[in-house]
Design a protein. Sequence first.
Lengths: 175, 145
Amino acid sequence: MDIDLAQLRKMHTRLPADLALVMVGRAALALERNNHESGVRVSLDLEGVASGGLLFWPRADLSKIEQHDRNRITEDGAEAVALALAHRHRAWRVIRRMQPGEYADWLLEDSGGGRRQVVALEVSGIDRGSIVARLAEKLAQVAQSIDVDQRWASVVGFEQPTAALHATKRKKRGN
Amino acid sequence: MQQNGKSVETDTLNSLVTGAIWRAEQLEAHGIGSAPQAWSEVSSLEEELAKVISVSESEGRIARRGAVRAALKAGEYARAHALAGSYAAEGAAPGSLKAGLRKILEEDARAMERRFRYAAKQHSLREARDLARRFREAGAFGLAA
C-alpha cells in the first residue's frame, strides 16, 4: 500500500487546509530528521496483519526545524500518517477533531457496508523505538470512548517508518 | 439522514471546531495566555453544533459534552453549568449524556478544589462560585448591600 501525505486534504475534505498543511509539514520533519527520504519503505500492521508500503511526502525544510516543538513534530506528524493510513486502508473520512476527555483524537465516518458508522481514533507517535507498548496503551484509552460505533488506535514510529492501525474488541455503543 | 443545507452547515461547523480545538491545544501546550479565549471559541462552536445535531445522534452528544468541557477550560463556569443544565433537560437526552455532563462538572470542581486547597477548606466551590456570580451581576458595591 502506498501512502502519499500530499493527498491528505483530498482524503479528508473536512480537515482545515492550514491544519493539514502543518500536520503534513511536521510529518515530513519527523521523517527527515530520522534521515528518511520521500518514497521510503514503511512497515504496516493493519489489524494484526503485517504488510509493507511506500510513504511519500512533500519535502521539508530541515533548516527551520528549530521553530517547531520537538514533541509536536512527532505527535502532529503521526496524526498525518495515521489519518492517511485510515483512509487508504478503510476509506474513512474525518468528521472532526475530538476534545481531550473524549479518549480519542479524531472522529471519523465509515460509509462502507451500507450503514454509516462513526469511528473514534486515538493517535500517537514515537520518534525512537518500538511502537508495541504504546499501541496497547492507546487501545486501552480509546476503549473508554462513548457514543461511537468503533474504537481504533494508530501508532506511528519514525525511526524505522512503521504504522499500526488496530481496533479494540467490540463493545456496546454507549448511549 | 440530514438535509443538504443542514449537512453543509454541519460540515462547516465540524471543520471550524477541528481548527479551533487544534489551536487551543497548541496554545495550551505552549503555556500561552490566550488559551482560555481559544477554548471559549471552541465552546461556542460546539454549542452551534449542538443546535444543529439532535441529542439522539452520537455527534450531537459529543458536541454537547464539548460545549460544556470547553466552557470550563475557558473559565466560563456559569455558562458551563447553564449549558449542562439545558442539555440534561432535553427530553431525548439519554442517561449516559446526563451522567457524562455531571462527571465533567464534578471533575472540574475537584480539580479546582485541588488547585485552591486552602480556600476550599473555608468555603465550598459552590459558595465561591455563587459569590463570584453575585459579584459579577451586582458589581463590587452590590455585595455590600
